[in-house]
Design a protein around this ligand. Structure first.
Ligand SMILES: [Zn+2]
Length: 109
């Protein structure tokens, strides 16, 4: 399991599909009413798609935002920041290889 996949399954409330994508909630339009005025906060209108040449990386794409002319695609890290800032900071640290650093209280003797 890649780093992206482990964060998707842990933090994104994602549902895997048969073709390797994950259905997720869209942080941009989840709370916007539909054209008929209904709210559908539980509907997963967006997907995280594995990149063609690199299956370990994912990009975010929302079909509803695209249909309504809003920005619909982004890389995984900005998406994670909109979903959970703590998870995104941890992801960034792990990706850049400094998650092993532990901050200890200094000793004054
Ligand atoms: Zn959307």
């Amino acid at each position: 399991m890649s780093l992206d996949q482990s964060y998707i399954t842990r933090y994104c409330d994602a549902v895997p599909t048969v073709n390797g994508k994950y259905k997720v909630h869209c942080p941009n339009c989840r709370n916007i009413p539909t054209k008929k005025g209904k709210l559908k906060p539980d509907k997963r209108s967006a997907v995280l798609i594995p990149l063609e040449k690199c299956n370990s990386k994912y990009v975010f794409h929302c079909s509803r935002c695209k249909d309504e002319g809003r920005h619909s695609g982004m890389e995984f890290l900005p998406y994670l920041f909109l979903t959970s800032t703590t998870a995104a900071e941890r992801y960034k640290a792990e990706k850049n290889g400094y998650s092993h650093l532990v901050f200890k209280q200094p000793k004054f003797n």
